[in-house]
Design a protein. Sequence first.
Length: 519
Amino acid sequence: MYLPADIYTRYCRLRGRDVLFVCGTDENAATTIIEARRRSVTPQDLSDGGYAFQREVFERLGVSFDIYSRTSREVHHRTVWEFYGKLEREGLIYRSEVVQPYCEKCRQPLPDRFVKGRCPRCGAEDQYGESCEACAHWFDASELIDPRCTLCGETPTMRKVEHAFLRLSSLEEKILEYVQGPGRCWRRRTLNRTLSWLREVGLIDKDITRDYDWGPGAPFLDEGQVIYNWSENLIGYISATRDWAGDDEERWRPYWQGDSMIVNFLGKDNLFFHTVLFPALLIGNGDYALPSQVVVNEFVNMPEGKMSTSRENAIWLHDLLERLEPEIIRYYAAAIAPENRDTVFSWEDLVNRVNTDLADTLGNLVNRVLVLAGKIPCDIGGEIQLDGEHSSLLEGAQDTIDSVVGSIDGLEVKRGLEAILEQAREGNRFLNEKRPWERGPGGRETVWVLLKLLGILSVLLSPYLPETAEVIWSSLGHEGKISQRGWDECLGEDPREPRVGRLILFEKLALEDVAPGER
């Protein structure tokens, strides 16, 4: 979800749009308390280390957040209290008793990640007490079948306690109206799942406080409870924007209280929270704009099954960055983006795609054209007359531009990348067919049109592989950076005298050099 969001943001910036890219660490979850206890540190110390580590990883990967904030910051707590204060004044918060698991051995309540069991809806095993990773159903921890404490493994008892509730049921019709509203171009699975909840299951009021002391305290209850993680971390999008704005209270408002387009990027396991709960909170408060688009990706799985960081079955970014260049990671993540169905991460597939698409197709085209430009001057300052075949190549490139624009504007970054690579393949086919190295000066039109094509490809690649794109652009002799000059200006640039006569963008990979356990 981070990379598609970054690609879309970089594209919007190139098009001259006013765009703000916010994110941050979600630090107030039960998992933070559990892991801090396991390491014998405080939740704050654990969060401090995690924040610095994650921020560095994203920076190395080239994810261009305008701000990477934290939900442990004072601005977040303040924003949450203000937000829920408004909900309480609107009559959408009330108190009621709940039954929740309690571990007699650990002597503590077991909300959310403190308890595991079978999903009460689909029966999936080993699910935490908040939502099901298999069917995405949201439930109370007390509903789990065969529950057990995640700290000690004991079967919990059930106890009654007073919690604060959100009148979610009273907002159902307004949420349904929002989901079905004009301009709501969600992916089919996203829409169908959301409508299933609203039409077939229906919304019930949910308790939004928990019995521990890490996170924003609940202002409508006595001390000892905090606002449920998913009920407050969604407000983190707003608090991160306020964090970015600093002391200027008016700077952030146009993005959340004006006529803005808000786009959320997420994985399908968080779908309910973003297509139902977040809109409910915003509608109930009444002071904020609603997301225009909710971009929900399916899962990237391992060959052995579902990838899950909480279950330690994952490919970790920091590990990938020790093995591969950031641009290669960005390419492969975009190439297998699970936009409409689950995909599989495979080391063999990664190596094959990098060698075929980046080295043999894109890199090969760039190097061959630059070498030819050094051997066959194409009279950059003169007039070039293009025949039908040469003009046809540039017309095809314009079609690719239109395809990439349509894909990224449609929030389908994978399809945009496929169009770019297909245009690079077409460039190689054209070069092989024209064989300008056999025509001497007569091949200058071919070299000129291919230099023009490389300039176009570098601009199209810029949101995906920003460093590679700038290297190509600079090698072609163009002044300034693509990121500074912008989309339209760079696409309109005619060829210049290249600065280099040879450029190897990507070395081929060997499986044994990059994959764990292959050496």
